[in-house]
Design a protein around this ligand. Sequence first.
Ligand SMILES: Nc1nc2c(ncn2[C@@H]2O[C@H](COP(=O)(O)OP(=O)(O)OP(=O)(O)O)[C@@H](O)[C@H]2O)c(=O)[nH]1
Ligand SMILES: [Mg+2]
Length: 315
Amino acid sequence: MRQDWESQIAEMRKGSVRDLARLITRVENRDLGWLDAMQMIYPMTGKACVIGITGSPGAGKSTLTDRLTRELSDQGFKIGIIAVDPSSPFSGGALLGDRLRMKEVSTLDDVFIRSMATRGALGGLSQSARDVVKIMDAFGKDIILIETVGVGQDEVEVVKAADMVLVICVPGMGDGIQAIKAGIMEIADIFVVNKADKDGADQAVADISAMLELSADEVSSQIPVLKTIAATGDGVPDLVTIMLKNFEAGRIRTSWQKERIKEEILSLLEKEVARHLRSRWDQNGNLDQSVKQVIARKKDPYSIVQEMITLMHLQ
Ligand SMILES: Nc1nc2c(ncn2[C@@H]2O[C@H](COP(=O)(O)OP(=O)(O)OP(=O)(O)O)[C@@H](O)[C@H]2O)c(=O)[nH]1
Ligand SMILES: [Mg+2]
């Protein structure tokens, strides 16, 4: 089993896109030995810059991601894209839309796109995104763009995996900047007012700038607010320049690092312990047994949990 992972990782490192895709799938599925595989991959990571792109539905995130990819690709960067799809795995509509919009960039050399459904991720969405980031990093991607709608808590967690976060707004939102979750505004490193071809773009820039000035801390008042027309590519080169400058200046979220790693270890542990317990219980029939006892009112769920905790020497 270990050998199997090892050879796939070696092929991936040699540049096999097929093995890259399969590795991601196997890790997402939590195939046997996935933790070992990630252990092997981890030392190969740490090079890629991760950029979160978020904002309200339809703000133009995919279109902008496409433009950014082309621009960065032209400059010689190898790009990975993670598109977090807000729809359920069953509808797949938006997924198809994103695929179509990103079709052009997907044919570029050195661009690899991976879609991810909000629901159904075995290890949780944010952990899945973190795993995929690491695998793409080990593959040799320089920049990894993560597109996600900034609506749910899960999605907010996903962008927290990024070193830099772009929040995409559109004109005419007025107070509607609040349409984006408050938590998202706080993690923005760059604000982008997209669809600047529409009325009210300058007003939107002014609103956001005013909001940033209101917040007392110095960092917020230095956050850039840019206009783009993703549909035509206007403003995208300037955005790229600022993004690259931020990276060079080391203005990335190292402040989060500690929290992020702590959270990652805890959530991995939580999920893995639960998964192991569940599969062991499924196999030895203890869970079924306990359920029957509860139905017969011989036991209650609380004492069953208490017994398990004692058994695991957690208490
Ligand atoms: N007028 C105008 N339309 C734009 C611009 N950028 C994107 N659009 C259009 O806005 C619509 C939504 O664009 P997407 O890129 O799919 O937006 P999104 O934020 O990825 O959407 P979701 O992923 O569904 O939340 C599309 O019809 C785009 O063609 C722009 O700069 N100006
Ligand atoms: Mg999209």
